[in-house]
Design a protein around this ligand. Structure first.
Ligand SMILES: Cc1cc2nc3c(=O)[nH]c(=O)nc-3n(C[C@H](O)[C@H](O)[C@H](O)COP(=O)(O)OP(=O)(O)OC[C@H]3O[C@@H](n4cnc5c(N)ncnc54)[C@H](O)[C@@H]3O)c2cc1C
Length: 398
């Protein structure tokens, strides 16, 4: 066992991307994922700007990602009768390439299964560090030793909790909860979305999978709710309470929710930490610097973070002290910019007051005729591109 044996917690975006690069640099990555298997589909995530595309290109997965893109077009804000009122251009929500998170995870998994040990249906229970490694215990598997442990386990990171303390120290609640599930495309949307906003609430329906189905998304303003993550029926009841009689398609979608094949519910939060590394443990992706699910930044940021962390480990020949310091240095300003970008989005998407909701509905109507109509999309692109990617190509083991 050396520093080259690396345990990664989480097999979504940051975890497999990190495993990909570590393997190419001669490390031996193991990925432990709590879910019993890869989950397909899910909600859409996006890449925007040259930095994201460059990493995908260097990983050789850009063609597969492009083939799986959703091809999503514009989103329309509608009134209570479903009549389109204002059009938001595709690149605001869908970036340069939009893809379902599960499809992306599968592409990254396929690109890494050769050189990576994947363990599904398990989770780390303790980490004990000594001079030359970390002893790791698991819920199911026998204890093992690794040189380094990397938490890529998302907003509610288990690794972060074990090493850096409770979640409330690091996660800032943005005052919104969201739910997403798969449903029929009963409005016949063609690569498009419809969204209906009222004070403190937003309901949306987006076509998915070549219009053969749709995703219903509900957002509502609320203080942090203390809900059991496994209690789907309880979460659905909360949603029903918030949206019953809300207008447009709300009631119909709430009925369909009860039979949905999947159901995602979570608070919307950002991760803010002074440091992402401690001893032989580091965090990457949402676990370290989630800019929030509303920001449209998290996936690309996770990908870039994994690229930089692996590259710096290779450049430091596995000396984690040097590599972790360089990783923090390279990523700090970039991640902070993405988090800042995500900070204001909640208030725009789900304004708390009736006045603000009505104002924004009107504002979006006239937006296409204003000089600053592309302001938000351009700001997001600039933020996503605000990183200089080192080329670690000569460190690849051939
Ligand atoms: C509803 C929604 C919409 C979003 N829309 C966008 C968007 O439009 N654009 C965008 O860029 N981003 C979007 N995001 C954010 C994006 O999904 C994340 O930023 C991105 O997936 C981060 O990747 P990650 O690998 O760091 O974390 P995650 O994708 O959160 O993955 C964490 C992984 O760790 C696993 N895990 C959790 N706990 C454990 C444990 N104890 N042990 C082992 N494994 C564990 C999880 O099962 C999961 O597989 C959205 C997120 C949500 C929730």
């Amino acid at each position: 066992m050396t520093d080259r044996d690396v345990l990664i917690s989480g097999a979504s975006v940051a975890g497999p991307a990190l495993a990909y690069w570590l393997h190419r640099y001669g490390f031996r990555p193991t990925v432990v994922e709590r879910a019993p298997a890869l989950r397909d589909g899910g909600y859409a995530v996006d890449f925007r700007g040259e930095a994201h595309l460059t990493v995908l290109r260097r990983m050789g997965v850009l063609p597969a990602v492009e083939r799986a893109r959703t091809g999503m077009g514009a989103t329309w804000y509608v009134n209570s009768a479903g009549k389109p009122q204002a059009k938001l251009p595709a690149d605001l929500f869908a970036g340069d390439i939009e893809i379902l998170r599960g499809d992306l995870a599968r592409i990254l998994h396929d690109a890494t299964r050769q050189g990576t040990e994947y363990v599904f249906g398990d989770s780390i229970t303790s980490l004990t560090e000594d001079a030359d490694g970390v002893r790791v215990t698991f819920e199911r598997a026998a204890p093992r030793r690794f040189g380094l442990v990397i938490g890529a386990d998302g907003l509610h990171s288990n690794t972060r909790r074990l090493v850096f303390g409770p979640e409330e120290r690091h996660v800032k609640h943005l005052g919104v909860h969201c739910a997403i599930f798969t449903t029929a495309n009963h409005l016949g949307l063609d690569h498009a979305g419809h969204a209906y906003r009222t004070a403190g609430r937003l309901v949306a329906l987006y076509s998915a999978r070549g219009n053969t189905e749709a995703r219903a998304a509900f957002y509502f303003a609320s203080p942090l709710l203390d809900l059991d993550r496994r209690d789907v029926a309880g979460q659905q009841s909360v949603l029903a309470e918030h949206f019953a009689g809300n207008g447009w398609e709300s009631d119909r979608l709430l009925r369909e929710m009860r039979h949905a094949p999947d159901f995602f519910f979570d608070s919307v939060g950002q991760v803010r930490m002074e440091t992402w590394t401690r001893g032989r443990v580091a965090l990457v992706g949402d676990a370290a610097y989630s800019p929030s699910s509303l920001s449209g930044m998290g996936t690309g940021l996770a990908l870039v973070g994994a690229y930089v962390l692996a590259g710096e480990l290779a450049a430091a020949r596995g000396d984690h002290r040097v590599a972790f310091a360089r990783y923090e240095e390279e990523m700090r300003e970039y991640a902070a910019g993405c988090v800042k970008m995500g900070d204001g989005v909640a208030g725009f998407m789900v304004p708390g007051s009736r006045f603000m909701a009505a104002f924004l509905n009107r504002y979006y109507k006239i937006l296409p005729y204003l000089p600053g109509k592309n302001l938000m999309a351009n700001m997001a692109r600039r933020t996503a591109e605000n990183v200089t990617l080192r080329d670690y190509g000569d460190l690849v083991v051939r």
